[in-house]
Design a protein around this ligand. Structure first.
Ligand SMILES: Cc1cc2nc3c(=O)[nH]c(=O)nc-3n(C[C@H](O)[C@H](O)[C@H](O)COP(=O)(O)O)c2cc1C
Length: 336
């Protein structure tokens, strides 16, 4: 097969030329002149992906925004000589990548229900092979001879717990000004409270700060300044009470809660950093924060966690090699 190039086209005239070349050759699917011309006209304004072979169109795909987080695969065509060679799949991959990057969460596509026409049966099989799921059939959406099958696909990337853990890094850059919705903050706090604690003493408590003047007041006592652009903060509180005989596990308890918070925040797209050393030093910034927040005397502020969307990528720190820190069946040194 000749070299194929998938590209996004932005020039409306070029989009229209590609759409016309492909759709006019696919009369089995786009035989009705009126609706074909409508697709060609509308394609001018839609995100447009073309498969080109030696600068000639082999196929194209258009997306159409249908809601704040939803997008539709509005029209797609591949010339017969390039079908069954991965052209449609490659166009779809490029479109999907675009949709994910643009923040869309679901993609839909409509076609004629399976069992009516051979060509459309193949189209149904193709969409299913891409991962689309049957959502609903609307028998008269187009007309009774063409029942409309709507397919849906989630664009949210499923991240495994291990992938999430491995992608967490402390973020010390600037935050975007976007507010953190209360439902996100509540989910993050709940993740923190779900952490294990010694003898289930639950010695960790949390205060989320998203009120602007209060946030400013807290940030103003942090010197040298950190997290100054964060739109929200979580203050981690501990009660240093014994859990078992004279043993107090408060530090372990809040450490587990903090890690849960960092991971939950990351899973919702927020960055953070564990600021403990900075606020619990001799200058006791933590006590000033506790005062501002009216924290009861038997509780102590031990850490602050900014929560917000990162403006830049975090810089992953260097970690020691696996073999220097983890072993099977006994301690090992270099000489062993
Ligand atoms: C107990 C504790 C205290 C920390 N205190 C601070 C701090 O005061 N300031 C800061 O910038 N980072 C602080 N960190 C973050 C560490 O510097 C960071 O976790 C470490 O450099 C490894 O980087 P990573 O989180 O990207 O894996 C703290 C981390 C822990 C566990």
């Amino acid at each position: 097969m000749k070299q194929m190039d998938i590209r996004m086209i932005t020039d409306p005239d070029q989009k229209q030329t590609v759409a016309r070349t492909v759709l006019e050759a696919l009369t089995d699917w786009f035989g009705v002149t009126e609706s074909r011309e409508e697709y060609i006209r509308l394609s001018r304004d839609w995100p447009f992906f073309a498969a080109m072979v030696q600068e000639k169109p082999a196929g194209f795909l258009c997306l159409k925004k249908t809601g704040p987080k939803t997008i539709e695969l509005a029209v797609m065509g591949v010339l017969k000589e390039y079908q069954r060679q991965g052209t449609g799949r490659a166009l779809f991959q490029a479109a999907r990548e675009y949709a994910v990057k643009a923040g869309y969460e679901f993609m839909q596509v409509k076609t004629v229900q399976s069992g009516w026409y051979e060509e459309y049966d193949a189209t149904n099989r193709f969409y299913q092979s891409l991962g689309f799921q049957e959502l609903e059939v609307f028998p008269t959406y187009w007309d009774e001879a063409n029942p409309c099958q709507i397919y849906i696909m989630s664009l949210k990337k499923e991240t495994s717990a291990i992938d999430l853990i491995m992608s967490r890094h402390s973020y010390r850059g600037k935050y975007k000004p976007d507010k953190v919705p209360r439902e996100d903050m509540k989910a993050i706090l709940e993740a923190g409270l779900a952490a294990p604690s010694g003898c289930n003493m639950q010695t960790t408590s949390l205060i989320a700060v998203d009120d602007e003047p209060l946030l400013k007041e807290i940030l103003s006592v942090i010197d040298p300044p950190v997290a100054q652009t964060a739109p929200a903060l979580i203050c981690v509180l501990t009660e240093r009470i014994p859990a078992y005989r004279d043993k107090c596990f408060a530090v372990q308890d809040y450490a587990a809660a903090i890690e849960n918070i960092l991971l939950a925040a990351l899973s919702l797209g927020y960055a953070s950093c564990w600021y403990e050393g900075h606020i619990t030093d001799d200058d006791r910034i933590c006590d000033r924060i506790a005062e501002i927040l009216n924290v009861r005397k038997d509780y102590e502020v031990v850490c602050i966690l900014p929560i917000g969307k990162a403006e830049t990528e975090p810089v992953p720190p260097k970690k020691k090699p696996f073999a220097e820190r983890a072993w099977f069946n006994g301690f090992q040194t270099d000489s062993q």
